[in-house]
Design a protein around this ligand. Structure first.
Ligand code: ATP
Ligand code: MG
Length: 277
């Protein structure tokens, strides 16, 4: 049996580490990474929040919360009608909570158009939450664009984690993303690149190896590689992270290994060393 965790005293608390999972390219594994990494960190008994910042609501359904049943979502918080605590939901994993999203989030861009504070809404909400809810990790699942939602995530985050599929055009996308990160550093100078994680990796594909080698020449890439694995694509239809669906699968094991790296990076505390090379 696992050892019970001692409750954290208020004096033990430090701010959560906020990691935005970002890539403006669609379908590269952002949501799969946000859900499974958050679940794996929570399984290591770290109080973890998964924040769904995509109107598609895939991260919400990935942990068993159908966007259709969500009453109040991150949209209500971003426009000032709710706090994160008010909209937060529990999940099947005791240490993992969800801030859900649904389709109404698409309206946020229009709602906030005249608000000069619009890039900082999420940052403000997370800072408020921190006063009462002792999360250790927050993972933000971003939509496939570099619009106002992703900018909110980047302004609020300590670090960016970039899932990448090893395809021919992947590097061009990374260059655009790094330029955006540099621009956001004007308002969030602590923002760093946690690393790039290779997703849906097929070791039999020569091009995948070539692209991986090229990316490693320019950026910090996690040692853990997420293989293409059918269990990872099946688990969301059961509303479960892969570790609750088939923990022995290569996909679930890949994300557990990635979580160990993320936790080790944080423990080392040498954050400045971890910038893109
Ligand atoms: N390692 C993997 N092996 C097999 N299938 C995967 C893997 N990672 C993701 N998938 C599948 O690929 C599809 C796209 O993944 P996902 O939704 O995580 O990407 P995304 O970047 O969040 O997409 P979007 O840009 O639309 O938000 C999904 O059907 C998902 O189940
Ligand atoms: Mg997604």
């Amino acid at each position: 049996m696992s050892k019970p965790v001692a409750p954290r005293r208020a004096s033990d608390r430090r701010p959560p580490r906020i990691i935005a999972v970002v890539n403006q390219k669609g379908g590269v594994g952002k949501t799969t990474t946000a859900v499974n990494l958050a679940a794996s960190v929570a399984a290591a008994e770290r109080q973890t929040l998964l924040l769904d910042l995509d109107p598609q609501g895939n991260a919400s359904s990935g942990v068993g919360v159908s966007p259709r049943t969500v009453e109040r979502s991150i949209y209500d918080a971003l426009i000032g009608r709710a706090t994160l605590r008010e909209i937060m939901l529990p999940t099947e994993l005791e240490s993992l909570s969800l801030v859900p999203s649904k389709q109404d989030l698409v309206a946020v861009e229009v709602e906030l158009v005249d608000d000069p504070q619009r890039p900082y809404k999420l940052r403000r909400l997370l800072a408020e939450m921190q006063e009462r809810d002792p999360f250790e990790y927050v993972f933000i699942d971003c939509p496939p664009s570099l619009g106002i939602l992703t900018v909110n995530a980047l302004s609020a985050a300590d670090a960016v984690l970039v899932p990448m599929q090893c395809e021919y055009y992947a590097l061009e996308g990374l260059t655009a993303l790094m330029a955006t990160i540099d621009r956001v550093r004007n308002v969030n100078e602590r923002l760093e690149v946690e690393g790039i994680v290779l997703t849906m990796f097929d070791p039999r594909n020569n091009l995948a190896h070539q692209v991986a080698d090229e990316v490693k020449r320019h950026f910090r890439v996690f040692d853990s590689v997420i293989p293409r694995n059918v269990r990872l694509s099946e688990a969301p239809s059961h509303g479960k992270p892969a570790l609750l669906y088939d923990v022995q699968s290569k996909g679930a094991q890949g994300y557990l290994s990635l979580a160990r790296e993320v936790l080790a990076n944080d423990a080392r505390g040498s954050r400045d060393q971890r910038l893109a090379r």
